[in-house]
Design a protein around this ligand. Structure first.
Ligand code: ACO
Length: 475
């Protein structure tokens, strides 16, 4: 039935701060954020925006533009790591849109995990399509997050935005095969967590988080290759074509042997089998590091000779090289050209909006579609989703036909990014400082509302009433 991504909508606030200006304001060495982290601008929310307003806006725009009949939607899931309520799902706010249709038979709640929630929502949704409970129709997956950090080195790796994806049958972008092409790595660590319920800021160990991210790549890629091989081997057995049968004709036999050898090779996964690789992107330098790491893994697991790479290095285990800067730098050099060809174009949204947390990987997909347009048809895309803690998955997407709707939706984004309003780092810092205040202290709370800093026809937080209930309205 080719279940997968049919359409997509990215929503980001109208305001942003420039990373170059932030470098000056933070008094760090010039180029640290723009060249060092490869970030250009950063989205952030105003006082009257939260992850519910971001999700409402992304959902509303997705459904309105495609004139989608909400009676045809049987599942709606949200992925986030910045909930506004410890109990009530953001998804339930989105159910307001279904009131007119009378459809309340809509499965799904919020999936909460650092940077991984939307992938969990998406994988749940794909499983639902293949489950006995699927009775036709579509699903929608929404990622919504606000990435803000307290003052310090992590702050320029913030960002915010929401992505709504329409998922259904006969989709142009599908999850390659129903099984076998998904690997995961879950483990326990303390690289990034949010134990303070009243604060939006995480506790983050930046260096450790990079190590955990790379540990997840190593393990996901290893398992992915094993599963890929097994799935092809099994498929071959099922087809019953595994044994040569015609013993009479020697030539035929020889050809079959060759074919067998080729098939054996084809069963093995390697990076030449994919046209693009998308990574979870907290900041774009992390993507450079990730591609260098995959290049190292490819080299380590094969007999490849790479110019400038010492064979001696094979004596070290993968975990010994994970945080070794000289190994990283060597593989960044050898992967520089392939990075430009396969990866770089997926960095656009992250460079402009910053870390979308659970939506970051899907922001990379949008960036790729903006760049490739029709050329993306037929391409294989390897994806890596990482969430701190550790939760991570790797899977293969295939663009089986021209994603016309997706191309149209994504093509509008650059103009909207251009039409944003730049805010000075001073005001940005004040706005973040105000967010630290306990808004439940004095209720009702009426956040400030300034038209010129909001998109027209957008949802915003009007009030938090005496019972702590948020009231959302559309401008
Ligand atoms: N010009 C050019 N490059 C510069 C300059 C300069 N003036 N100054 C520094 N740099 C480079 C550094 O060399 C480094 O690049 P490299 O890694 O290629 O060597 C880069 O800029 C960053 O500089 P660092 O000194 O490493 O930065 P710092 O340690 O202060 O902070 C960090 C970086 C740890 C990523 C921090 O921003 C952070 O904690 N972020 C949040 C955690 C995070 O996003 N982790 C990623 C995985 S987990 C997740 O997805 C949330």
């Amino acid at each position: 039935m080719n279940f997968g991504i049919i359409d997509i909508e990215l929503y980001f606030p109208k305001v942003y701060v420039s990373q170059s200006e932030l470098e000056d304001y933070d008094n760090v060495s010039k180029g640290k954020y723009t060249i060092g982290l490869l970030q250009t601008n950063m989205s952030f929310p105003l006082e009257n925006e939260d992850t519910v307003t971001l999700a409402l806006n992304a959902f509303d725009r997705l459904v309105t533009k495609s004139n989608l009949d909400l009676n045809t939607v049987g599942r709606l899931e949200v992925g986030t790591e910045s909930s506004v309520d410890k109990s009530k799902s953001i998804k339930t706010h989105l159910m307001k849109f279904f009131e007119k249709s009378g459809n309340n038979d809509v499965l799904g709640v919020d999936n909460i995990n650092a940077c991984y929630g939307a992938t969990a929502a998406l994988l749940n949704t794909i499983n639902w399509f293949h489950s006995p409970f699927y009775d036709g129709g579509y699903a929608i997956v929404v990622s919504t997050d606000i990435a803000i950090y307290e003052k310090g080195p992590a702050r320029p790796t913030g960002g915010c935005g929401a992505i709504a994806m329409l998922i259904g049958p006969d989709a142009p972008i599908v999850f390659e095969k129903d099984h076998g092409y998904l690997s995961s790595y879950f483990s326990h660590d303390w690289d990034f967590y949010k134990p303070k319920m009243g604060s939006s800021y995480p506790i983050v160990d930046g260096r450790l988080s990079i190590g955990c991210y790379l540990e997840a790549i190593d393990n996901c890629y290893d398992t992915f290759k094993k599963k890929y091989y097994l799935s092809h081997k099994n498929a071959k057995k099922e087809n019953g074509t595994g044994n040569g049968t015609n013993e009479k004709q020697e030539q035929e036999q020889e050809q079959k042997q060759k074919q067998k050898q080729n098939e054996k090779e084809n069963r093995k996964f390697d990076l030449s089998k994919v046209d693009h690789v998308l990574f979870h992107s907290p900041f774009n330098k992390m993507v450079v590091k990730s591609w260098a790491r995959l290049t190292y893994l490819e080299w380590y697991d094969s007999n490849l000779n790479l110019e400038g790479i010492q064979e001696e290095l094979r004596k070290k285990t993968k975990s010994q090289t994970r945080t070794d800067r000289s190994v990283e730098n060597s593989f960044r050099k050898v992967s520089n050209q392939s990075y430009k060809e396969k990866i770089e174009k997926s960095n656009y949204i992250c460079a402009q909006c910053g870390n979308l947390y659970t939506g970051a990987l899907y922001g990379a997909l949008i960036s790729l579609i903006i760049d490739q347009k029709e050329k993306i048809t037929g391409k294989n895309i390897l994806t890596f989703s990482y969430g701190s803690g550790i939760a991570s998955s790797m899977f293969l997407l295939n663009v089986r036909k021209c994603p016309t709707k997706l191309i149209k939706s994504c093509s509008r984004i650059p103009e909207r990014l251009e039409n944003r309003t730049k805010i000075s780092p001073e005001i940005y810092s004040k706005i973040l400082k105000n967010r630290e205040n306990d808004k439940f202290k004095q209720l009702p709370y009426n956040p400030k509302w300034q038209n010129k800093y909001m998109w027209e026809n957008s949802w915003y937080l009007k009030q938090i009433d005496e019972k702590c209930r948020s009231v959302y309205e559309k401008s």
